[in-house]
Design a protein around this ligand. Structure first.
Ligand SMILES: [Zn+2]
Length: 314
């Protein structure tokens, strides 16, 4: 989810319960996404540390607390929030106390929940596990939500009668919850319609969101994880379209065991591990050029970090 929504949801909940520390919740809510500035470069420079990426380490229960506490400490400093308050001409002062630390962490928990709703998900239990958890009902960013959230933020910023602000916040929450609910129902519909089409060869099915809440990507996989059928499903017309089949590994030139050897070597490279961690399904093309194997890893769904990489193995 986007930064504005991450600010607004905990902020609005805290307004609803009449908390004095709603800003601390909003700041906690946005803190995990500052990984794009302070953390992600580590994973880019050193792929073996792929957990240092956007939606990596700061999006876990434990390091989320560390992140929000550091963020709150910095933003509660007089120089920092004085500077920002001057810049935006609104008072954003917050205190750094046990209560505000806890409220900022509440913002983080809301953040983790919202990002959990998106595809690819987040490593909630890091450092115990690098597994990503995802409900997959939204794409990582949702255009419609961003537009509505931006309008609500502007209304909150303007010097308007408080009743308009309250109405804007209520409408935002209603829209967010109903769109989320519709998406969850539509995903369930797709699963219900498509599961009976599985046959002996293809026995696993997964459904992924697109920008359109009535259009879903369907992936069916065989038991050996070597063949994938990808299609689009429209829940208005109840029709499947754009059906494509992918097989992996696909081998060009050279023999199978030599290719498999090269793939095994390539699988251990940090860039490949990083690519796999960021992909939904990693498929492999191996091509022998006469002197080396070019191994291409690609994702059959559009993941947010790029769609393929090629490494060479002598
Ligand atoms: Zn996030």
């Amino acid at each position: 989810m986007d930064l504005i929504t991450h600010f607004l949801v905990p902020y609005i909940i805290l307004v609803a319960v009449k908390s004095k520390n709603k800003l601390a919740g909003g700041f906690g809510g946005i803190s995990p996404d500052f990984d794009t500035i302070f953390v992600a470069w580590i994973g880019i420079l050193a792929p073996q540390f792929f957990i240092f990426s956007h939606r990596g380490i700061t999006h876990s229960f434990i390091f989320g607390l560390v992140t929000s506490t550091i963020f709150l400490y910095v933003i509660s400093r007089k120089q920092v929030n004085g500077f920002i308050s001057n810049l935006i001409r609104r008072d954003i002062s917050v205190k750094f106390t046990k209560t505000t630390i806890a409220i900022a962490y509440f913002g983080v928990l809301i953040h983790l929940f919202l990002d959990y709703l998106t595809t690819l998900g987040i490593p909630l239990f890091f450092p115990f596990s690098v597994t990503r958890y995802a409900a997959g009902i939204y794409q990582s960013l949702d255009g419609l939500t961003i537009i509505i959230a931006a309008i609500v933020l502007i209304i909150l910023y303007l010097k308007l009668d408080y009743k308009y602000k309250k109405a804007a916040m209520a409408i935002f929450m209603i829209i967010l919850i109903s769109f989320g609910g519709i998406r969850a129902c539509e995903k369930f519909n797709v699963l219900e319609n498509e599961t009976p089409t599985l046959n002996g060869n293809y026995n696993q099915i997964s459904v992924y969101p697109t920008t359109d809440m009535f259009e879903w990507n369907v992936v069916k996989i065989n038991a050996q994880n070597s063949s994938y059928i990808v299609s689009e499903y429209n829940t208005w017309s109840d029709q499947e379209s754009n059906v494509r089949t992918f097989n992996t590994p696909s081998i060009e030139n050279g023999n199978y065991s030599s290719a498999q050897n090269a793939i095994n070597i390539a699988n251990n490279l940090p860039v490949v591990k990083q690519f796999k961690w960021n992909s939904y399904y990693t498929l492999v093309d191996a091509k022998y050029t006469g002197t080396k194997w070019d191994i291409t890893y690609y994702d059959i769904l559009k993941s947010y970090t790029g769609n393929n990489i090629t490494v060479s193995v002598p």
